[in-house]
Design a protein around this ligand. Structure first.
Ligand code: UTP
Length: 289
């Protein structure tokens, strides 16, 4: 079944990147010249997703404005004959049908996803975490959708992470199916090192059966007193089995300060307008460190 709907949770408080995220959602923080959430919407659109629901709270206005036309700016660019910039702006507004709903209380990622129940209906859908930007040749969520189509089971994007990170993420019980695909039979959110199932963690992307909503509705609050998506996904994995895909792109965590710096440097080193200048600058700087 072709996946055409996606949910982007972007209602977290972003406490790790305050004060940058005080008045602006962290999902709007830039990587060189585009806000993080634009990379995510572009990834979804490249994977054939046409309808996207963004879960917001404060800062909803700026996200809505970003994916809308800006008539004033566009008229000004037209007067100046700046076709190139005009096209860039038009392309952003035409990426996908983007809808918005508010999560009124920040009660966790599971609660945010539950807000998408009516939008999703009965079909499988993708979730792209709003602060996880993944850049690669192929859209990561597209790789997950392909696995869903092949195996007919919910899919999570996974990567192997060191011990110091597994305790902050989720840990999965996996069996290898092929070089990048795994069968997932169990998972635990934020385990202690003694309780980890492996060093494979869910990172930023999943494709879920709509059954997840019924499960979320009866899932008790978990780690941090929040409704954890991982706890509901665990029930689905234990009941029906799940697939893990070690996606090919590079993930940047825009929810922490170092992730933001890394994303800007690595993307800046590839951007045609900054690559040369940044490379020379970094080389000079490195000599002084
Ligand atoms: P995080 O756990 O990284 O978000 O959630 P957070 O709560 O903003 O982080 P800190 O610890 O305070 O810095 C991953 C994604 O889920 C969204 C976030 O916006 C982020 O994109 N999220 C999280 C929600 O939409 N609602 C929530 O209640 C929690």
């Amino acid at each position: 079944m072709k996946i055409t709907k996606a949910v982007i949770p972007a209602a977290g408080l972003g406490t790790r990147v305050l004060p940058a995220s005080k008045a602006l959602p962290k999902e709007m923080l830039p990587i060189v010249d585009k806000p993080a959430i634009q990379y995510i919407v572009e990834e979804a659109a490249a994977a054939g997703i046409t309808d996207i629901l963004v879960i917001t709270n404060r800062g909803k206005g700026v996200i809505e404005d970003h994916f809308d036309h800006s008539l004033e700016l566009e008229a000004m660019l037209e007067r100046r004959g700046d076709e190139k910039t005009l096209k860039i702006l038009n392309d952003v507004a035409n990426l996908a049908n983007v809808y918005y709903v508010r999560q009124k209380e920040t009660k966790g990622l599971g609660d945010a996803v539950l807000k998408a129940k009516d939008f999703v209906g009965d079909s499988p859908f993708a979730v792209l975490y709003g602060d996880d930007v993944i850049i690669g040749e192929k859209p990561a969520v597209g790789e997950l959708c392909e696995a869903y189509e092949k195996y007919g089971k919910s899919v999570v994007g996974i990567k192997e992470v060191p011990d110091e990170l597994i305790v902050k993420y989720s840990s999965l019980s996996v069996k290898t199916l092929d070089s990048k695909t795994y069968a997932v039979s169990d998972m635990i959110e934020k385990p202690s090192i003694e309780k980890k199932l492996s060093n494979y963690a869910i990172l930023g992307r999943c494709v879920l059966d709509s059954e997840i909503f019924g499960i979320l509705e009866h899932t008790p609050l978990g780690a941090g007193g929040e409704l954890q998506l991982t706890d509901a996904m665990r029930e689905l994995a234990v009941k029906k089995g799940m697939i893990g895909v070690d996606f090919s792109g590079t993930r940047y965590d825009m929810g922490n300060k170092f992730g933001i710096l890394k994303a800007n440097i690595e993307v800046g080193l590839k951007h045609p307008e900054t690559a040369e200048q940044l490379k020379n600058y970094l080389k000079e700087l490195a000599d002084t460190l």
